[in-house]
Structure formats: structure tokens, C-alpha cells
Design a protein around this ligand. Sequence first.
Ligand SMILES: *[C@@H]1O[C@H](CO)[C@@H](O)[C@H](O)[C@H]1NC(C)=O
Ligand SMILES: *[C@@H]1O[C@H](CO)[C@@H](O)[C@H](O)[C@H]1NC(C)=O
Ligand SMILES: *[C@@H]1O[C@H](CO)[C@@H](O)[C@H](O)[C@H]1NC(C)=O
Ligand SMILES: *[C@@H]1O[C@H](CO)[C@@H](O)[C@H](O)[C@H]1NC(C)=O
Ligand SMILES: *[C@@H]1O[C@H](CO)[C@@H](O)[C@H](O)[C@H]1NC(C)=O
Ligand SMILES: *[C@@H]1O[C@H](CO)[C@@H](O)[C@H](O)[C@H]1NC(C)=O
Ligand SMILES: *[C@@H]1O[C@H](CO)[C@@H](O)[C@H](O)[C@H]1NC(C)=O
Ligand SMILES: *[C@@H]1O[C@H](CO)[C@@H](O)[C@H](O)[C@H]1NC(C)=O
Length: 372
Amino acid sequence: MSKIPHVLSLALVYAIFCASSISGQDESWQLGPFVKQDAVNPIMGPLNYTTFFCPIRQEAVNWEKKDIFNPGAILKDGKVHILYRAEDDVGLYNGTSRIGLAISMDGVNFQRYPLPVFYPQNDSFAIHEWEGGCEDPRIVEFNSTYVMTYTGYDGDLARLMVATSTDLITWTKHGSVFAEAEGGQFVEMWSKSGSIVTRVSEKGKQEAVRLNGVFWMYWGETSIFAATSDDLVNWIPVTDPNGTENEFNLTAIFEPREGKFDSDIVEPGPPAILTERGIVFVYNSRNLDPLSGGDSNLPRGTYSAGQVLLNATNPIQVLSRLENYFFTPEKDYEVIGQVNNVVFLQGLVSFNGSWYLYYGTADSKIALAIIE
Ligand SMILES: *[C@@H]1O[C@H](CO)[C@@H](O)[C@H](O)[C@H]1NC(C)=O
Ligand SMILES: *[C@@H]1O[C@H](CO)[C@@H](O)[C@H](O)[C@H]1NC(C)=O
Ligand SMILES: *[C@@H]1O[C@H](CO)[C@@H](O)[C@H](O)[C@H]1NC(C)=O
Ligand SMILES: *[C@@H]1O[C@H](CO)[C@@H](O)[C@H](O)[C@H]1NC(C)=O
Ligand SMILES: *[C@@H]1O[C@H](CO)[C@@H](O)[C@H](O)[C@H]1NC(C)=O
Ligand SMILES: *[C@@H]1O[C@H](CO)[C@@H](O)[C@H](O)[C@H]1NC(C)=O
Ligand SMILES: *[C@@H]1O[C@H](CO)[C@@H](O)[C@H](O)[C@H]1NC(C)=O
Ligand SMILES: *[C@@H]1O[C@H](CO)[C@@H](O)[C@H](O)[C@H]1NC(C)=O
């Protein structure tokens, strides 16, 4: 039998336990509480001895020497697979990003592949990926194919890109998720962080799910936007004539809030999850300066995480949003690093009768939290 009913009941018990927020709104739909695994965290950090022959530089680099962070995660063959962003320590941008793979039987101890599985090379996508690199992978499965959204960074513009694989090792790049939409006009727009809506299947796999006949994705950074797709590769942004993002008329699903932890930026976390209550969407967010519109209890620039519930029959409609963050930097390795005060949530796996959450810490390392 699937372990999921147990997971959901765990979440439900907790949810009922703290069903109302201070404001009195019903927050019982949220996932949690997530307990940071202090005994093992951070579970992964940079390595200074693994080398990779970069096909563009035509020389060897220590590809995960500077920092590793922002992991996507998925279950395959009963094992947790993490795809993580790794930065070398050379070049114009203080580190080109490539994507590494690590596998675990217990969700805690990971064995890494010695070489990155995804990286900029001499192909038609290098124009969008060099030399900032390939960043922030998020993974879902559908029909035995893995679909990875990631950010291609040319050093100037971030672009939301997509690739597919059947084994998580060999990948086919497809370029910008918006390459086909509206004559390609959205390709030249700043875009990143694609969270595809999934459900947990009877076998415990997290699979992309069609709602109203199409796949859905949340993406963005200034606001949360949405997009739909028939094939998980080509996506069409949701727009309307009164869209808030003037240049492209994008429909903002929700935006930063003044005075709160999410006052500056809102950015998707792991793949969103369809539940009986609606779509539970974990998002990352950045705080403004407390003196100019930020949360006064958090330093400027702090990345914390929130949760939103969206309507499964109208996925652009927000039904509920946590008043406060449920996850924020506290530990040394979350507070100090390449970028201070950052927890960045990207991987959420239904595993061992619970939810395992993998996240980047201070843009430097990777840590784990579990619903216990
Ligand atoms: C590599 O890292 C190890 C452990 O962190 C450290 O002791 C060693 O000095 C480093 N070597 C180089 C060449 O940076
Ligand atoms: C890749 O491109 C670089 C820069 O254009 C070039 O120096 C190198 O020879 C190319 N490598 C291959 C294998 O084509
Ligand atoms: C790279 O790091 C150096 C030293 O910390 C800094 O001065 C420079 O601005 C950084 N460059 C970029 C592009 O971030
Ligand atoms: C599953 O979780 C339990 C605690 O609920 C733990 O004792 C056990 O070691 C875990 N199993 C695996 C395979 O991680
Ligand atoms: C699943 O993949 C198979 C083989 O590629 C294909 O024939 C089939 O149409 C796919 N099914 C769906 C629902 O996409
Ligand atoms: C945005 O909406 C305005 C007003 O309806 C329209 O004139 C304009 O063409 C739209 N822009 C795009 C990029 O669709
Ligand atoms: C756009 O805004 C105008 C003015 O507020 C309103 O009359 C119109 O119904 C809106 N259109 C849509 C599609 O929301
Ligand atoms: C969800 O969306 C459907 C379709 O638009 C609507 O009928 C329903 O009232 C919405 N649910 C809530 C709780 O607003």
C-alpha cells in the first residue's frame, strides 16, 4: 500500500492542531511542521577535488569547488535523487553553475556522481547558458519521463529552460520553456524558477498532473506568474489585458506583501502539490529593508519560505496564504555563506511515510528538513 495516506494524515493532524493563525484564518491546509535535521545538516557541501573537463573552456575545472546549493529532488527506484547546482571558482561571474546528481537509499546519506550531469556545452543553448551556467533544477515525472526546469544564465538575463530524461543522467535540452509561445516574444523576458503542479501517485511518485486538461506551472520572481502546457516542454504564460507586468501583460497570481517576510521577492519553491484541499504551493521570498517596507524581525535580504493554497479547478486563484513564514534561516550555515541569510526550498519528496524537504543554505550548502 502507498504510504501517502499516512503522510496526509500526519499533515492533517498537525494542521488541525494549529488550524488557525493569529489572524484567525484557516491555515490547516499547509504542509508541516518541517523539522531541520540538525544531527546531519548540512548534508552536502562543496568539494575541492572533483574535476570536470569543460567543453567550452577546453580545460579542467573544479566544478563543485566554490558552492553547491538549490537542489531539486525526486524518488526513482525507491531512492531519493537530488539534482543540485554546483559552482566552479573560475571565470567572469565567480563561478559557472552546472548540475550534479546525488543518490540516497535513506534520504540522508548521498553518494555523488563524480561528474556533472548537466552543463553548458557547445550546443545551440550555450547562448543562454554561458557563462553563468545552468542553475536551480526542479524535477517532476510524467509517463516515465523526467522533466527538469532550470535557469539558463548568460550573465545578463535569466531564462526559464527545460530538459527531459528517462534516467536523470542523460538529458535532452529543449531550450526556453517559452520558445514557441506568441512567436517567442517571452524568451527575451527575465524568467526563472518553474514549479510544475504534481500529485503523488498510488506508487508514491510525484507526477505532473493535468488540471482542466492542461499542465500548470508557477514561475517568476517579482511576482508569481503561471503558465500552461500540453506536453510539459512548451509553455504559454497566463496573460490578460489588465496584467500587472505591463510589458507582457502577465497575470500576477500573487505578489510581495508590504511589512512581511515576503515584501521584496516571491519565487517558486519545489513542484506544487495537488491535495484534497487544493494546490499547496511552497514559495521562497526575500525581505526588504525593515526600515523601508520589510518585516522588522528579519534582516534585509533574508530568504524565508511561505505557503499558498490555490484552487485546483482554477489554478490562478489564491484561496489562502500563510500570514507568516514557516521556514527561515537560523543555523550558522543558513546565516553565513556566499549570500547570507538564505534558505531556498526546491526539492520535496514523499519518502518513508513523510515529506523530505531539500533546500539550499546561504547559497553554499544543502540541508534537509522532514515532517517527523
Ligand atoms: C580541500 O579541502 C580540504 C578539506 O576541506 C582542505 O583540507 C584542503 O586544504 C583543500 N585543498 C585545496 C587544494 O584547496
Ligand atoms: C567549443 O567552443 C570553444 C569556444 O568557441 C572552442 O574553443 C572549442 O574548441 C569548442 N570545442 C569543441 C569540442 O567543439
Ligand atoms: C567576483 O568576486 C570579486 C571578489 O569578491 C568581486 O570584487 C567581484 O565583483 C565579483 N564579480 C562578480 C561578477 O560577481
Ligand atoms: C524512516 O523513518 C523512521 C522514523 O519515522 C526512521 O526510524 C527510519 O530510519 C526511516 N527509514 C529510512 C529508510 O530512512
Ligand atoms: C507515454 O509514453 C509512451 C511512449 O513514449 C507514449 O506512447 C504514450 O502516448 C505516452 N502517454 C501519455 C499519456 O503521454
Ligand atoms: C497588452 O495589453 C494591451 C492592452 O490590452 C495591448 O494593447 C498589448 O498589445 C498587450 N501586449 C502584449 C505583449 O500582449
Ligand atoms: C480590465 O480593467 C478594466 C478597468 O478596470 C475593466 O473594466 C475590465 O473588465 C478588465 N478586464 C479584464 C479582462 O479583467
Ligand atoms: C474554485 O474555482 C471554481 C471554478 O472557477 C469555482 O467555481 C469555485 O467557487 C472556486 N472555489 C473557491 C473556494 O473559491
